[in-house]
Design a protein around this ligand. Structure first.
Ligand code: PLP
Length: 364
């Protein structure tokens, strides 16, 4: 079986470094908010070109804590694309605020900036653009609209670590950026982990408090916070992997460039790269009306594929009662019926990719 992603193969390419990093944490006796986490924060801040990076327990926590830092809660609206991983909308609901869905662009699957301004009302407090599949959203337009309406922008950067927009790394453009190091992400931990990035000193201070029960001085909470830290074992693993990230992302781009022309004639739609940005291909998405049939037949031929995502956010159960129904966001709805992710990861061999291509051509 060719998997969608092969984390065991990846581990074998970096095993000595990983093993010694993990052992050194075990020998240190420090497991939460220690030297590894601190060093990883500085390394990410430098890599992205931001002032502050704050390690957390997950990408979902990063989104929730970002919204909390902006004082978003009941009565507030937050604009999110209708097509993303559920956490992009879930974080808003968690805080009692209301997600407002905007449809996506049919070519890039990113928030359609032409529809953005119409969704803004006085209750709107923030926009969460998602750099979906590893491709940066239209940040110039989003930042300009946000500035006109005095809104905050939280980049959901979970799928795009290392991507850039006009030479600037994603996560360094909005007011706050949120990273996930879920194992399958381009930079993945061996468990859950996440991070917040920002250039704002005051927001950074508040978010550092929010991750430890809302205190600066231990045992004296000043606000109601959470328990959400990036642990030392994950930080040590992530520090090793960060050194390989650029090489891995370049390899993903190379694989996409190999897939694209070969798939273009076969009846499936290949990913569209918008200008002025570097897509890091967290996922390689093809599109076809016979998606379910293709997925089934690929599986019979030993090729894994996955649907990201089978349901647009406005039709999800937790969003019932917000006034959305089928037909209101047609581009997202159509994408959920036609999109399919096929294997893309740095360790994918030439032989494997040629086999995948030959099977898709036979089926479509
Ligand atoms: C993975 C992901 C998240 C959530 O990250 P976790 O670390 O799994 O909590 C949020 N948004 C998007 C777009 C994601 O892909």
């Amino acid at each position: 079986m060719i998997p969608l992603l092969d984390l065991v193969a990846q581990y074998h390419t970096i095993k000595p470094e990983i093993d010694s990093a993990i052992l050194s944490v075990l020998e240190s006796g420090k497991f939460i908010l220690g030297p590894q986490e601190k060093a990883f924060e500085s390394e990410v801040a430098e890599y992205l070109g931001v002032k502050h990076a704050i390690g957390l327990a997950s990408g979902t926590d990063a989104l929730v804590i970002a919204l909390r830092a902006l004082d978003i809660g009941p009565g507030d609206e937050v604009i999110v694309p209708a097509y993303s991983f559920f956490a992009t909308a879930g974080c808003v609901l968690t805080l009692g605020a209301t997600p407002v869905f905007v449809d996506i662009d049919p070519l890039t699957y990113l928030l359609d900036v032409n529809l953005l301004e119409k969704a803004i009302i006085p209750k709107t407090k923030a926009i969460i653009p998602v750099h979906l599949y590893g491709q940066p959203a239209d940040m110039d337009e989003i930042m300009a609209i946000a500035a006109r309406h005095d809104l905050k922008v939280i980049e959901d950067n979970a799928q795009a670590f290392g991507a850039s927009y006009k030479g600037q790394k994603t996560g360094a453009i909005g007011h706050i950026g949120c990273l996930s190091f879920f194992p399958s992400k381009n930079l993945g931990a061996y468990g859950d982990a996440g991070m917040i990035t920002t250039n704002d000193d005051l927001l950074a201070e508040k978010m550092r408090m929010l991750r430890v029960h809302g205190w600066k001085k231990k045992y004296y909470p000043e606000i109601l916070g959470y328990n959400s830290r990036l642990d030392e074992l994950q930080a040590a693993v992530l520090r090793v992997k960060l050194k390989h990230l650029d090489k891995w992302n370049a390899k993903r781009r190379e694989l996409a460039a190999y897939y694209n022309p070969k798939l273009a004639g076969s009846g499936v739609t290949v990913p569209f790269e918008a200008p002025n940005r570097t897509h890091v291909y967290h996922l390689y998405i093809i599109r076809t009306r016979m998606r379910n049939e293709l997925k089934q037949k690929l599986s019979e031929k030993g090729i894994a594929s996955e649907i990201y995502y089978p349901q647009p956010l406005h039709l999800s159960q937790p969003c019932q009662g917000l006034g959305w129904r089928e037909g209101l966001l047609p581009v997202s709805e159509q994408a959920s019926l036609e999109n399919l992710a096929i294997p893309i990861y740095p360790e994918l061999t030439g032989e494997q990719i040629d086999y995948i291509l030959s099977r898709i051509k036979l089926i479509t």
